[in-house]
Design a protein around this ligand. Sequence first.
Ligand SMILES: Cc1cc2nc3c(=O)[nH]c(=O)nc-3n(C[C@H](O)[C@H](O)[C@H](O)COP(=O)(O)OP(=O)(O)OC[C@H]3O[C@@H](n4cnc5c(N)ncnc54)[C@H](O)[C@@H]3O)c2cc1C
Ligand SMILES: NC(=O)c1ccc[n+]([C@@H]2O[C@H](COP(=O)([O-])OP(=O)(O)OC[C@H]3O[C@@H](n4cnc5c(N)ncnc54)[C@H](O)[C@@H]3O)[C@@H](O)[C@H]2O)c1
Ligand code: SF4
Ligand code: FES
Length: 802
Amino acid sequence: MTKQKLVLIGNGMAGIRTIEEILKMNPDGFDITVFGTEPYPNYNRIQLSKVLQGDTTLKDITLNEWSWYEDNNIRLYPGESVSRIDKEKQIVYTDKGKVQPYDKLIIATGSNPFMLPLPGADKEGVIAFRNIKDTETIVEYAKKHKKAAVIGGGLLGLEAARGLLNLGMEVDVIHIQDYLMERQLDRKAGKLLQKELEKQGMNFLLEKSTTEILGRKHVTGLQFKDGSRIKADLVVMAVGIKPNVSLALEAGIPISRGILVNDHLETEVPNIYAVGECAEHRGMVYGLVAPLYQQGQALAQHLCGVAGEGYKGSVLSTQLKVSGVDVFSTGKINEDENTKVSILHDDLRGVYQKILFEEEKMVGAVLFGNTKDGNKLLNFIKKGISVQEYVEATQNPEVEVNSIAELPDEEMICGCNGVTKGAIVEAIQTQGLTTVDQVKGCTNASRSCGGCKSLVSELLQCTLGDSYDANQKEAICACTTLSRDEVVHEIKEKGLTHIREVMNVLGWTTDGCSKCRPALNYYLGMIDPLRYEDEKEARYVNERMHANIQKDGTYSVVPRMYGGVTTSEELRKIANVADKYKVGTIKVTGGQRIDLLGVKKEDLPKIWEELDMPSGSAYAKGLRTVKTCVGENYCRFGTQDSIGLGIQLEKKFEGLNTPHKVKMAVSACPRNCAESGIKDVGIVGVEGAWEMHVGGNGGTHLREADLLFKFKSGEDLVEMIGAFLQYYRETANYLERTSAWVDRLGLDHIKEVLSEKSKVMELNSRIEEALSIVQDPWKEAIENKTLLRDLYQTVKIPTETK
Ligand SMILES: Cc1cc2nc3c(=O)[nH]c(=O)nc-3n(C[C@H](O)[C@H](O)[C@H](O)COP(=O)(O)OP(=O)(O)OC[C@H]3O[C@@H](n4cnc5c(N)ncnc54)[C@H](O)[C@@H]3O)c2cc1C
Ligand SMILES: NC(=O)c1ccc[n+]([C@@H]2O[C@H](COP(=O)([O-])OP(=O)(O)OC[C@H]3O[C@@H](n4cnc5c(N)ncnc54)[C@H](O)[C@@H]3O)[C@@H](O)[C@H]2O)c1
Ligand code: SF4
Ligand code: FES
């Protein structure tokens, strides 16, 4: 029997998924031809955000290699666009002159980014973020330019902004509404998200309407309706997408917003189908892969004559792919007079959860801070569970699900690809799968946004038990396959001394990224502090500048005040520079010192010089402060000299580089006025002794410190703090706080190691070596004329008025 000629226009995610489904159902049924404007095989568009953020590389996001097309006898025409469809003759024509007849034609042309039609939108440096070419252009821009503006505070804009920050640019996000992601979140969650992203360094201009893109040939800034302006060398437009329907329109195929299709994805023209973002089904046009893949499956069933109920529409759920931020939403997000809501809001833990019910059925949910129940809630909505069932499921401890083992088989694990727990477990058991990649290959779970990887790993763990190698090593970033331990081992073993050398010798596939460069700089300095020359360019911007950049582009200056103690002379100096340099705000910090906020970049060195005080390292991955209570000299309850010990510790360990920031505190009795219980190292005076607590954290991931040891002598205590810090320096991953490190290694393990006197002495001798080269960074910067010129003496053009 002759095969039917199947032609696919669009070599993207929805079109190729449809072909994969067809090949599963009827591998020999069609003679397949694919045209794709982009000159690549089908790739994971979703992961472009992760490429920009430095978590993966372009070469790792291919979904179907060239060989896949060959192996399946698919004729692929990459870099070739279909320019016309003749629906009567059943022929398509391409921009390279090809004439291709079809029996069945699938249009899967996706969307085009919506570019605001502003004056100046055609200037160089104004781009969208949709494909590989855009991603490469952004990366190239970031190498030469400093200031980016992203128009649009939706999913795409925020993921792009995080990528731009990781590429070392300063980023303003311009959003037209008064809170972020208003299409996916309610106001409360949008505001919480903004706060979290501001902490990461993003700057937001809300309720701003852009009226013009400034510059001659190249963009230099943006003009807003309220008269204000900002400076920008790069403008990324992320204000939504438009279904790509031009071919269909010209061919006379009925369209509305998208190409109109029925439940079998048939257009109104015989033998022509549409799938993906270009299609409009029951009034809906989708922009996420989960519904598009469901469409692909329904279309494949229809073309292969496999029974199925067709595509009925989808309940959407979204998750933002920005590390350190957990947001999830599904279904309805804003309540009205017909809605009942269940709201849980814990400011301390930064968690917000809102669940919406209508006519006694669950219809939507918004989660911030903890999204682990996201898929469960999505399932509840799909099943249409009632208020009563929801209350029972969340209140009855017997029904409450605590671990993946207890989840029912029909629970959705991978939302993008619609893969349930039952399907994954069955694949693991029947096909002998042992790795996440194998599960991905067999079931598609984790093949798209990757958000479900950890759940897939947990399922492997609970299905395979001891035979699962949970410690499958994790590479330090996408530029290498080596783990942190392997890299550190190789640096020591091979005597490597520079970042470039590490990359060359250990086979890095790129020039490094914002994840591995600072990490390598830290590991090299930790391994050989005396000989390693710190590579300042590899450090994050605040550490390079020795000051924290603020949302308006100014900096903050925090001089050191040992143990939180100051003098009238120091206060006078601070007051003098504050007056002279017109410091915006003078603020007492939580770490018991004084923060001068709103300092201009070019004033930084002059202020440091005139203050003549050491840097408080408020920007550093190193010791920040040692907070103290007033202690025995003044307080009725004090049993120890907390101020004296605090000052001694701060003087000893200031300037030390550590994997992440380290905060300490000394309280002279268990009333704990210096908050020792939430510090990396928290000391508490008890009758005749000091308790040493470790691994505390008062930030996003609240953690109470654990008691490590108790000492009668202050000398023994200080020696143990040295050993603890050095053990942390030598074994933690870069950017791992002591709280996470203590949890990972286990308190018992750390106790065991530090119980050995000889080990404590060795660790102390190594930390002394590292401390011996510490210099005050502000002094160093003032004395280095080249550094002064390069970093601080470029005058900043005033940006915007708020
Ligand atoms: C940076 C980014 C991050 C994203 N993150 C997520 C996420 O986390 N989760 C999620 O669910 N979705 C996400 N999305 C959306 C998701 O990628 C899209 O919904 C999905 O790719 C749409 O698939 P599609 O096949 O309809 O369109 P596309 O993948 O765009 O494929 C269409 C293809 O057709 C080609 N084409 C167009 N016209 C012609 C023609 N005339 N001839 C030949 N070829 C043509 C185009 O060049 C394109 O390659 C993200 C999108 C972006 C850009
Ligand atoms: N994690 C994810 O699921 C993910 C990530 C990236 C992209 N995507 C998808 O890609 C597509 C494009 O994403 P998007 O964020 O561009 O679309 P979007 O429509 O979700 O968001 C666009 C945002 O831009 C804002 N906006 C509109 N006009 C503006 C203007 N003149 N000035 C400032 N802001 C303006 C809107 O208020 C809206 O919040 C969507 O389909 C999205 O679902 C998904
Ligand atoms: S911790 Fe104890 S000693 Fe220190 S100030 Fe508070 S009550 Fe006084
Ligand atoms: S949830 Fe996106 S790949 Fe599984």
